[in-house]
Design a protein around this ligand. Structure first.
Ligand SMILES: [Zn+2]
Length: 278
């Protein structure tokens, strides 16, 4: 969503503070088989009575924890430049445009449509596991919200984890792969170890699902940076995933495909759950 030049200017070395997150899967309780009982006093003509024994109800994994998903950009941004270009607080004493239009594949599939679709798929995955999911925008036809307001939504929800979802737009044809960004240096406790652990869990989950980490920026799929308002202004554990480079032919094909988007959503949801249950 941002130019390669801007990224390079803001490049901050990522500390190799990888937190091992593998092997941290929540156990799925085995379903108890129904037992068949027959009363010894019953007449022989009576059919056996099948009863299901009372079992301790296992709470779903999420037990109501709040996750905020932030689908980058919005479908109405391009037609509302005045609103979108208004300056808003970006943290570290800086200001930044309210939002941007985002990028697109060379064939015209937009980043805002991609992020909206993936966020809804992640929401479905997490809701099925018992998490409460809040999206930072209600549809893909509006304007904004501004990046500082997106951060505020996660803060006000006291989210257990916040994940912004994006697609990158590097024009370097060979640039490909996904990476996960976090605020660095951290401005509060949530931006320290928790956000780094969340980013690492998302990176590990993507790799475990067979996705390749970016070959054009960051280190091993992780990229700490000081210049993103949505990360700087968060008081909750937060990471931003660039799911691939929409200008790269192979990444674009994957991101344009509903099957590819489902695979991305599944590994994002799995990464969030790994972070929350490790
Ligand atoms: Zn973006």
């Amino acid at each position: 969503m941002r130019s390669v030049l801007a990224r390079r200017l803001s490049l901050v070395a990522v500390a190799a503070a990888a937190v091992a997150m593998s092997g941290c899967q929540a156990a799925t309780p085995a379903a108890a088989p129904p037992t068949t009982t027959m009363s010894s006093a019953a007449p022989t003509t009576a059919p056996p009575t099948t009863t299901v024994p009372a079992t301790t109800t296992q709470p779903p994994t999420g037990h109501g924890q709040v996750i905020v998903l932030d689908p980058g950009h919005n479908g109405g941004n391009a037609s509302h430049p005045a609103q979108i270009n208004a300056q808003v607080p970006a943290g570290r004493g800086q200001s930044k445009a309210c939002d941007t239009t985002g990028t697109a594949t060379n064939a015209g599939y937009t980043e805002h449509a991609f992020t909206w679709d993936v966020a809804n798929r992640v929401q479905a995955d997490l809701t099925a596991k018992g998490y409460r999911v809040i999206l930072t925008r209600p549809n893909d036809t509006g304007v904004g919200p501004c990046v500082n307001d997106r951060a505020a939504i996660g803060n006000q929800a006291q989210a257990a984890a916040v994940v912004s979802i994006h697609g990158d737009g590097s024009t370097a044809a060979t640039a490909h792969g996904f990476h996960v960004e976090y605020a660095n240096p951290p401005l509060n406790a949530a931006q320290g170890t928790p956000s780094t652990a969340l980013a690492t869990a998302l990176r590990d989950s993507g790799r475990a699902a067979g996705f390749t980490t970016a070959n054009y920026l960051g280190t091993n799929g992780l990229f700490g940076r000081p210049d993103l308002a949505g990360l700087n202004l968060s008081t909750r554990p937060k990471a931003l995933i660039e799911c691939g480079n929409m200008r790269n032919a192979n990444d674009a094909a994957m991101m344009t495909s509903p099957t590819g988007r489902q695979q991305i959503a599944d590994f994002i949801a799995a990464g969030i759950i790994a972070y929350l249950t490790h």
